[in-house]
Ligand binder design. Structure first.
Ligand code: ZN
Length: 381
């Protein structure tokens, strides 16, 4: 077994479920020990929340060179239901390694550490000052402060797929719509107005508008998968109504989730959506109350020179041309983009079931990411 697969197996074997902060100390100590035994410098920083965060560097890296920060995380999302095997007993089958965290995100940690160690072993002439940040609590949003404190000249987020080079991410906005009817006994429905039936009209409207946005509100960037151009998306994601089986409900609350394209301001989109819903409701005599719950902007890297150079290196590592894309979801790049260009690449190919059951990683992708990191170490950026 190659070094990176061996290390990856050790990492997957430790249950680091984020919601329970399980195994954080154990994996942090293992990472420090493994990195040091490979001739790297490793530092464990316990943050204000008590979560160990790790920084790994190459001892003789040129300190005056450009500082390139590689972003990864050791925590994993909860296992969930329906696995066909023990998620923390990793095994290799058909050139894939299986287990929770195999792809997201332990494969990228292993790839980066082994790339660093091979550079030391082979005495490669380093042209950058590399720092590997391995965060804890990423999946729960608890690593935000750690990422915000990271300084550098370029960030490489190793927490996406390898179908493309990704240089941005979508934003999001959430709204709630309280649809009001009139409560009554269900034996006397003519005395009430069923809020669920009123809400159904709003749901249908949101569904139609959502489909329309996917065709008309388009980013200049493609998505890594499925969309030729990343579109704005809008969906009803939650619905709550009803008190008892024999009551015509007087209220129905919908939650709307919008994913904005990198170029638009999420707050503005949320306000436009609010007005759009209010005017639809008015025209159709539906009584609603819309609230904007949150909005967070998408982003993209504008430093074309950095993008071109990193793209060239990734294409060499992958052995094929890669398109430039922006992510459908959000990424940790948002905590770094105001201070440095951010470029994203990694092993989280769409078919790997990350966050789902029976997660795995393609061993070939781990090799590609290792080669990508290694080539960056000696690149004149
Ligand atoms: Zn991840």
């Amino acid at each position: 077994m190659s070094c990176e697969i061996d290390l990856l197996s050790k990492l997957v074997a430790i249950d680091t479920t984020s919601t329970e902060r399980k195994g954080y100390e154990k994996i942090a100590n293992l990472l420090v020990k493994e990195a040091q035994s490979l001739g790297l410098k490793a530092e464990k920083i316990v943050d204000a929340k008590g979560i160990p965060q790790i920084l790994i560097t190459i001892p003789n890296a040129p300190k005056k060179a450009k500082k390139v920060v590689f972003i990864t995380h050791y925590d994993v999302v909860p296992v969930g239901e329906g696995w066909d095997f023990n998620p923390f007993k990793p095994f290799v089958k058909d050139s894939k390694l299986y287990g929770r965290g195999a792809a997201d995100n332990k494969s990228n940690i292993a790839a980066a550490i082994i790339a660093f160690s091979e550079a030391v072993k082979e005495k490669l002439p380093l042209k950058i000052h590399p720092v590997l940040a391995v965060a804890g609590g990423e999946e729960t949003g608890e690593s935000e402060e750690f990422f915000k404190a990271i300084k550098g000249d370029l960030a490489i987020v190793l927490d996406v797929g390898c179908e493309s080079i990704s240089i941005g991410a979508s934003g999001s906005a959430r709204l709630t719509v309280k649809v009001k009817g009139k409560q009554a006994h269900s034996a006397y429905p003519y005395k009430g107005v069923n809020a669920i039936y009123e809400a159904a009209k709003i749901i249908e409207f949101i569904k139609q508008k959502g489909k329309e946005f996917e065709k008309t509100v388009l980013s200049k960037f493609p998505a890594p998968t499925n969309y030729e151009r990343l579109p704005r998306r809008m969906n009803v994601t939650m619905i709550s109504s009803g008190i008892a089986a024999n009551i015509i409900p007087g209220e129905c609350t919908l939650t709307i989730d919008i994913r904005t394209i990198p170029e638009e301001k999420a707050e503005k989109v949320a306000e436009e959506t609010k007005r759009m819903l209010e005017s639809f409701a008015k025209e159709n005599s539906i009584d609603i109350e819309v609230q904007i719950k949150s909005s967070s902007n998408g982003w993209y890297t504008t430093n074309q020179e950095a993008v071109d150079k990193v793209k060239e290196i990734a294409e060499e590592a992958a052995g094929k041309p890669l398109k430039i894309s922006a992510e459908l979801g959000g990424t940790d790049g948002r905590y770094l983009i105001e201070r440095m260009p951010v470029i994203q690449y990694g092993t989280l190919r769409e078919d790997t079931n990350f966050h789902g059951k029976n997660e795995f990683v393609h061993l070939a992708d781990v090799k590609t990411v290792k080669a990508f990191v290694k080539k960056l170490l000696t690149a004149q950026l």
